[in-house]
Ligand binder design. Structure first.
Ligand SMILES: *Cc1c(COP(=O)(O)O)cnc(C)c1O
Length: 433
């Protein structure tokens, strides 16, 4: 299968090119030239299938001509090696817990799949691959965990000094081996800018194989569609209209859900739930898409003012605002509303949500109230609540325990390099290491 750029200026490329390159030369995002539709048999037997079987079927539909089936099978075993349970928390509302992976965020799914795929795609290349990633918190650790000890690949995680939580910093800086953590004296935007400069630098690219692991990569998108089918497979009854509520920032997760829909998964609609960074809800309401600087919130992984996957969504909907709105119900919530939701669901349903999941929960409630009270809503819980200081404070006086993964990382010793916000310094560092 070939992959085209959403800007349609660069020519379509092969899978290895799209994955190892990340972003198209014309600045667009890669999309599969054909979104495969799965056959009826797959859907009629969905509830008997395992997560592994579902993932393999979906992945094969995209990759069967590029990756041999035994390799794909192994790749999926190593990616989907944690539970993704569906839990009912009230009538018509279910939560899909995507946080049981090594770094306790849903980004583990995309990052693990991408790392193994990259390693396989460049297996015969004697040159090592340098993967550069900028992070505001969760991406860096998921990518580090995904690539840790993967042969032939070195990873450089750029994180902004003093702007990630202490626990997130531990998750980035305690790997060692092929993972280098680099603290940049600047903001997340500075880190992202530096990462882009690395990718665009002629000398570095002549000397090394360099790529990005940020969320634009098509190899992170495809595996994220697996768990939409898996959620449907786990529903106790599948007669009610199905709606997914997705806490959204760069909209990669939601776009993966749209792919699942095009592949044949029957859904009534998708809820794009955001915090006050609400360019997409405003687009839905007005038809105007106006990116703006991001605002800091307690659901910080969704603090995005210009969502990168907007381009992919518009591509799927043929740039049609009515089609977009028919498929997507978009709504934003404030931090106060989010905090209240975390508190009330904890006290009334004894279920603890993280701030991102809570935004999606709020979206579910609005949908049941305003659109269809008879829908079955699955909202995506994208991170373990214990990762967020805001939620931690709520639990601390209740049940003061960190999950095992986070407790272990908390005890490890940090190792990182500190650099000023200066491309020439970073370039020298990359050239030496
Ligand atoms: C990255 C992230 C999101 C947003 O996902 P997108 O695919 O960028 O929309 C939501 N929640 C958490 C916890 C995340 O880390």
């Amino acid at each position: 299968m070939k992959f085209y750029s959403t800007n349609k200026k660069s020519a379509p490329v092969s899978l290895p090119y799209a994955v190892l390159k990340g972003l198209a030369d014309d600045g667009g995002l890669y999309m599969p030239e054909r979104i495969p539709v799965l056959d009826d048999r797959f859907f009629s037997h969905l509830s008997q299938k395992s997560l592994h079987e579902i993932s393999l079927t979906v992945a094969s539909a995209f990759l069967e001509n590029d990756v041999p089936s035994d390799i794909l099978d192994e790749l999926i075993k190593e990616t989907m090696n944690f539970d993704i349970p569906l839990v009912q928390i009230e009538e018509n509302i279910f939560v899909l817990e995507l946080f049981h992976g090594p770094t306790m965020a849903f980004k583990d799914v995309g990052a693990r799949f991408m790392s193994r795929l990259m390693a396989w795609l460049q297996r015969d290349n004697p040159r090592r691959l340098k993967v550069v990633v900028a992070t505001s918190g969760d991406t860096g650790s998921a990518v580090a965990a995904g690539f840790f000890n993967v042969p032939g690949i070195d990873v450089y995680v750029l994180f902004p000094k003093g702007k990630v939580s202490p626990l997130q910093q531990k998750q980035i800086t305690t790997w060692g081996g092929n993972i280098q953590a680099i603290e940049i004296d600047g903001t997340f935007d500075d880190c992202q800018k530096l990462a882009k400069e690395v990718l665009g630098d002629r000398e570095l690219n002549d000397a090394f194989l360099i790529t990005s692991a940020n969320s634009i990569n098509i190899a992170r998108l495809i595996p994220q569609s697996f768990y939409y089918f898996w959620a449907a497979a786990q529903l106790p009854e599948r007669n009610k209209p199905l709606v997914f509520s997705v806490p959204s920032g760069n909209f990669g997760n939601l776009t993966a859900g749209l792919l699942a829909g095009v592949m044949g998964l029957k859904t009534e609609r998708y809820i794009a739930a955001t915090n006050v960074n609400d360019v997409v809800p405003i687009y839905c309401k007005t038809g105007e898409y106006s990116p703006k600087p991001s605002v800091q919130t307690i659901s910080n992984a969704m603090d995005v003012g210009n969502p990168s996957n907007y381009a992919r969504m518009m591509d799927i909907f043929g740039d049609s605002h009515p089609e977009f709105c028919q498929s997507i119900y978009s709504i934003s919530f404030s931090d106060d509303e989010t905090r209240n939701a975390v508190q009330s669901v904890l006290s009334e349903k004894n279920y603890l949500m993280d701030p991102h999941g809570a935004v999606a929960y709020l979206g579910s409630k609005e949908y049941l109230k305003n659109v269809n009270p008879g829908a079955n809503i699955v909202f995506l819980e994208t991170a373990h609540p214990a990762k967020f200081p805001e939620t931690l404070r709520i639990v601390m006086d209740k049940d003061n325990t960190l999950p095992e993964q986070l407790r272990l990382v908390n005890e490890k010793e940090e190792k990182f390099t500190s650099l000023s916000n200066d491309f020439s310094k970073l370039k020298r560092f990359l050239a030496e290491k």
